[in-house]
Ligand binder design. Structure first.
Ligand SMILES: [Zn+2]
Length: 127
């Protein structure tokens, strides 16, 4: 599919660092891991990867509001993630897809796994 100009592949240097996320937003550009970027650019992108792009687009639309603060305050970061995951989950459900909630729970900021799993399951059910 055709990607908007603000979507770029993540520079190689991040593969060497222990960068866990799929993406990075920097100066209003969404950087996606190369394998996700390549898949989205192909003629048959997966719904999972499209949903990751959607997630990041919600972050991007909200950038400027709280994006810079979120790294200082885990509560704000968590709030932002829950808002973006909800939009992503709506899209996945519309397309009859599931998502790896365990993996999300492991990476939610400022929460232990049990609480994170509970919250993200609630967000999935409400989406
Ligand atoms: Zn996010």
């Amino acid at each position: 599919m055709k990607l908007p100009r603000y979507v770029k592949p993540l520079p190689k240097i991040f593969n060497k660092l222990s960068f866990k996320g799929y993406t990075l937003i920097f100066f209003k550009i969404i950087f996606l891991r190369r394998e996700i970027f390549d898949n989205l650019k192909s003629n048959n992108p997966t719904t999972q990867n499209i949903s990751i792009l959607k997630h990041e687009e919600v972050h991007l639309q909200r950038a400027g509001k709280l994006q810079a603060l979120k790294y200082l305050f885990p509560k704000i970061h968590l709030q932002e993630e829950l808002i973006t995951y909800k939009e992503q989950f709506k899209f996945l459900k519309e397309n009859n897809e599931t998502y790896n909630l365990e993996n999300v729970a492991k990476h939610l900021p400022g929460l232990n796994y049990q609480s994170a799993k509970k919250i993200i399951t609630k967000i999935w059910n409400e989406a």
